[in-house]
Design a protein around this ligand. Sequence first.
Ligand SMILES: *[C@@H]1O[C@H](CO)[C@@H](O)[C@H](O)[C@H]1NC(C)=O
Length: 265
Amino acid sequence: MASFHHSWSLSFLLMTWIATIIGRSAGAYAPVGYQPSPWTLAHATFYGDESASSTMGGACGYGNIVTNGYGTDTAALSSTLFKNGYACGTCYQIKCVQSPWCFKASPFTTVTATNLCPPNWSQDSNKGGWCNPPRTHFDMAKPAFMKIAQWKAGIVPVMYRRVPCVRKGGLRFSFQGNGYWLLVYVMNVGGAGDVAGMWVKGSKTRWISMSHNWGASYQAFATLAGQSLSFRVTSYTTKQTLLAYNVAPANWNVGLTYEAKVNFR
Ligand SMILES: *[C@@H]1O[C@H](CO)[C@@H](O)[C@H](O)[C@H]1NC(C)=O
């Protein structure tokens, strides 16, 4: 009995010790930030022309996506992927598969979701209604599509995976509204790229919760004119929260974009 007890407590100690080692190393090597999703099958088409001018002013509200940092490697997502705008700003690696039109030399291209590809109920979802639910579909800007397949293909099967967004610089806040109603388009979001919620704080106010307006825009009905503004942003996927203090000076104005010093990764 004594020897049983002894070996039991010994192995208990050993297991605790091993668990501690594993726990420590998991802590030390735990990945930080957003991790890529597994590869999944979907389809891709393209819209617009080589200039990608028709990708401007998409359903996320990024306006001029080129001057706002997204370039021409963008895509409109079917509503299944778009999630009422919560997918705005998310990033995907896309590679063409199982089609003679695929370019073999380029393994994948990375796009940012900036637009919605709306359903067309007058078309069968297997015959033109590519963006009808429950299909997962990327309607890519033509320059992005032309990196993975010949445009003559029209539609190609693709493998895609969601990846962290690599952004230069900090979060960008583009202001609309007026002194009593602040509408903010949050752009250039790194890491998971998406936003679940936002708060604003004027130099004379507490943190005020902002409501989701549309696409990547959030609003606050509050008197904020003449105050410097700070923002708190929570990621939709990772639930991480960032504090961006004094992003806009007291003489902020609508129509302008302010950049924070911080970003997700
Ligand atoms: C939907 O599909 C029909 C039939 O092909 C087409 O005529 C129409 O223009 C499409 N609607 C939109 C909004 O693309």
